[in-house]
Write a protein that binds this ligand. Structure first.
Ligand code: PLP
Length: 436
């Protein structure tokens, strides 16, 4: 365990002690002090969808690094980047036309936001800048993406002076109420002011596996048509198969104009993310400024793209998206059955291998998120939690999102351990796992 006064790093939480992770194989992890854990959250952040230590993917990165690891995309294109863009559209997102690579989810969402703005400016509507997004959301840690959430206490304070005043809606299970709120926000913004509706089609960490009823999406589609804004989907968590289809929007009655993908694209073997857009978005820039300048140093680097290609190959050749689609409903049933009657749990939701446990609403000071996470870790299970209570959303959330490669026995063991340990303890010491 390493505490803040024993390290030269600047830890995220200064009053925590952090175990050091040393090795991973599949869904098993070993720490330097000898603990063995089951990873039920794919590297803690829904990233390691192929499990840890996958030789083929490691080799793909090594081979590319030996040829050329890095070059800035201003000067050259490169074969892995070209092939990954082509294969992503062909295999995972045939509805999309173009791909721009970035390195993190925040960068991808920031790029999506800029692309939405560039689209309107290039079409001669420069007044469109405002975003409307759900309040209970997480879209990244940069200032632009932080402004896309309505979470002043848990995420935005004390950086409010840097955040654009975007508009937020509260989306519950009543689609009509959510659409009425959306209409109110559109009216508040005024005609021709909204650039995009920005959201996750199926929520990741902020509200695991939650998606509004279908009529909300149909209503959103109709409003896009009527008001001329774009729909941007953040699929940083859900993209690349997490919910049982390559992209979660493929299960909904709406397609986005712009979609981002992150974590699962590199699956923890390289930091790579991407923004994909439809043809008409590309056309606007093509006929307008002919310029979409947003260059992060690592965008489209050969070593990251070669790794991403290998991840895509592994998902495809092993039929892992189909496995998630087929095995997901039973995993949800197992988790629901195991937690039935647990006084801490309000709801267990799931789509594919993205499962969420919403805890009952307890006083903020109870920090149920920390306590559940801490107890699970002490008993050999790594899960992740979100402290939603702090911003007035009911119930903290637990994320259960195993690698797609987890065997049936491993999934059974994870469910068993979680159900046995999903109970509070008097301790308020955080386990020390980084979270979004
Ligand atoms: C839905 C969603 N969007 C964006 C991000 C930001 O991604 P990154 O941490 O890679 O910048 C996250 C990270 O957890 C996320 O869950």
């Amino acid at each position: 365990m390493i505490t803040a006064d024993q390290t030269s790093t600047f830890p995220r939480f200064l009053d925590l002690s952090y175990p050091s992770v040393e090795r991973g194989e599949g869904v098993r992890l070993w720490t330097a002090d000898g603990a063995e854990l089951l990873d039920a959250c794919s590297g803690g952040a829904m990233v390691s969808n192929l499990g840890h230590g996958l030789r083929d993917v490691v080799d793909a990165g090594v081979l590319q690094a030996e040829k050329i690891a890095y070059f800035y995309m201003d000067h050259f294109t490169n074969e892995p980047m070209e092939r990954l863009a082509e294969r992503l559209i062909e295999v995972a997102a045939p509805e999309m036309a173009r791909v721009r690579f970035t390195s993190s989810g925040s960068e991808a969402n920031e790029t999506a936001l800029r692309l939405a703005r560039a689209y309107h400016v290039d079409r001669g509507e420069p007044d469109r800048w405002q975003m409307v997004s759900p309040a209970q959301a997480y879209h990244g840690s940069t200032m632009a993406t932080l402004a896309l959430s309505g979470r002043p206490r848990s995420l935005q304070h004390p950086y409010e002076p840097y955040l654009s005043p975007h508009l937020h809606v509260h989306i519950g299970t009543d689609p009509e109420a959510a659409l009425r709120e959306l209409d109110a926000r559109l009216e508040e913004a005024g005609p021709g002011a909204v650039a995009a509706f920005f959201c996750e089609p199926v929520s990741g960490a902020a509200r695991p596996a939650f998606t509004p009823p279908e009529s909300f999406w149909r209503g959103l589609d109709a409003r896009r048509e009527r008001h001329g804004f774009l729909v941007c989907f953040d699929e940083v968590v859900t993209g690349m198969g997490r919910t049982g289809s390559w992209f979660a929007y493929q299960q909904l009655p709406i397609e986005p104009d712009i979609v981002t993908v992150g974590k699962g694209l590199g699956a923890g073997y390289a930091p790579i993310s991407a923004v994909l857009c439809k043809q008409h978005v590309y056309d606007a820039v093509d006929r307008g400024s002919r310029f979409f300048d947003l260059g992060h140093t690592w965008d489209g680097a050969p070593v990251s793209c070669a790794t991403g290609l290998s991840v895509l190959d592994a998902l495809e050749s092993r039929g892992l998206v189909a496995r998630v689609r087929e095995r997901g409903p039973r995993l949800l049933e197992q988790l629901q059955a195991a937690l039935r009657g647990n006084g801490l749990v309000r709801e267990v939701r799931g789509r594919g291998f993205l499962l969420g446990i919403e805890l009952v609403d307890l006083p903020d000071e109870a920090h149920m998120d920390d306590r559940v996470e801490e107890v699970a870790l002490r008993h050999g299970l790594l899960i992740s939690t979100t402290h939603s209570n702090l911003d007035g959303f009911v119930g903290d959330e637990v994320v259960f999102a195993p690698a797609f490669t987890a065997t049936d026995d491993e999934l059974d063991m994870m469910v068993e351990r979680l159900a046995a340990r999903c109970a509070p303890t008097p301790s308020r010491t955080r386990s020390g796992m980084a979270r979004s």
